[in-house]
Design a protein around this ligand. Structure first.
Ligand code: PLP
Length: 368
């Protein structure tokens, strides 16, 4: 049997080895925050934002941001039904109520019309998740946020390197969050980042992230409130510094893998791939194929066809409202329907053209 193709894996070079080893050997005592500070600064520069705070995960970054913004019991937070659980878990932990809204059929991200219909007196925020590298309709969402005085938040975990009319994903809303889990475009093993241009919000997050200890508090070991401990280690940040130096290469590799899929699949009309409309740059975290209804192709069929060929393909996110802890919302028709006939294809810098041909062959066999 031919070798297994995993769905993703990071690209680790000598540079990563060198930085991590340096952090392990020397990054203690007076130097124990050096890589963290450098990583945060470089990340803020890359994104074009004022502030960045490294966290233990994207989930932690989201919880800090929501808590700092004062989201709590009784508040409603609107987000796409098609989402990873990490986006909604912090909303629930803070006692707020998630409101799941349907997605657009082409970008698989929040439908702004449905967002507006879901706004109530209790709505406090909209979380725009940029799915699989695709971008949300930020202009429409931004005007809704302004009109109803809501916080517009970006979950950019899957869109590092994507750009919306020249602005980097994650840098547009009141705050943005990123993930450096091993499956993401760049990794620190586990890890995340909170970013914002709002200095007051940043101060609040900084205090909350440090067990409620303000940096202006002169007394040592004096928390003024109960906060959180969602920090990144200096060793992880060293890995992050190396990956960030290579970010253009990493995003470029993702785009190259996608463009090969696009070329290899160009003759098939019964499917669509991640879009890249004018004015947007897609960093294509997960190349995704959505088969037409007419093709009759179903998710179970896709998974088993790929399994047979020793290829890890990933299911499209289940609608969050279909999970046992939430109330089913079948009126989110796109979210329920698209998940049934879509799949994520493997993508990582080392993926070869012949491996991609092997992957595409599974699709061709299903379509003929
Ligand atoms: C990966 C991911 C997260 C969670 O990231 P962690 O670092 O694992 O907490 C959050 N949101 C989305 C959309 C993701 O894809």
């Amino acid at each position: 049997m031919s070798n297994r193709i995993v769905y993703t894996q990071p690209s680790i070079t000598e540079l990563e080895h060198e930085y991590v080893l340096d952090a392990v050997k020397n990054g203690w005592g007076a130097k124990c925050y050096d890589y963290i500070n450098r990583f945060e600064q470089q990340f803020a520069n890359y994104l074009g934002v004022k502030h960045a705070l490294a966290t233990s995960s994207c989930t932690g970054a989201m919880q800090l941001g929501l808590a700092a913004a004062g989201i709590g019991a009784g508040d409603e937070v609107i987000l796409a039904d098609t989402n990873w659980i990490a986006t909604v878990a912090p909303v629930v932990h803070l006692g707020a109520n998630p409101v799941f809204v349907d997605i657009l059929p082409d970008s698989w991200c929040l439908d702004p019309l449905k967002v507006e219909q879901a706004i109530t007196q209790r709505t406090k925020a909209i979380i725009a998740t940029h799915l699989y590298g695709n971008l949300c309709e930020m202009t429409a969402l931004r005007s809704l946020a302004a009109k109803y005085q809501l916080l517009l938040i970006e979950d950019a975990a899957e869109a590092l390197g994507s750009e919306y009319h020249g602005q980097k994903a994650g840098s547009i809303g009141a705050f943005g969050t990123f993930s450096f889990h091993g499956t993401k475009t760049m990794t620190t093993g586990e890890g995340g980042m909170f970013v914002t241009n709002d200095s007051n919000l940043y101060e609040r997050v900084l205090t909350l992230s440090n067990h409620g200890r303000s940096r202006h508090q002169t007394k040592q070991f004096w928390p003024d409130e109960i906060g959180y401990k969602f920090k990144m280690s200096n060793i992880q940040a060293a890995l992050g510094c190396a990956q960030l130096e290579r970010i253009d290469e990493l995003v470029g590799a993702k785009r190259k893998v996608f463009s090969r899929y696009k070329m290899l699949l160009s003759n098939y009309t019964e499917l669509m791939l991640n879009p890249e409309p004018n004015g947007r740059l897609n960093s294509y975290w997960m190349p995704t194929v959505v088969f037409s209804k007419k093709s009759g192709i179903k998710q179970e069929q896709l998974i088993s066809a790929f399994q047979k060929e020793n290829i890890d393909a990933r299911v499209f996110f289940w609608p969050l409202s279909s999970l046992p802890m939430f109330t089913t919302k079948p009126e989110n028709q796109q979210a329920y329907d698209i998940a049934q006939r879509a799949i994520n294809l493997p993508s990582y810098p080392q993926l070869t053209e012949s491996e991609q041909q092997r992957i595409v062959q599974v699709i061709s066999a299903l379509l003929c």
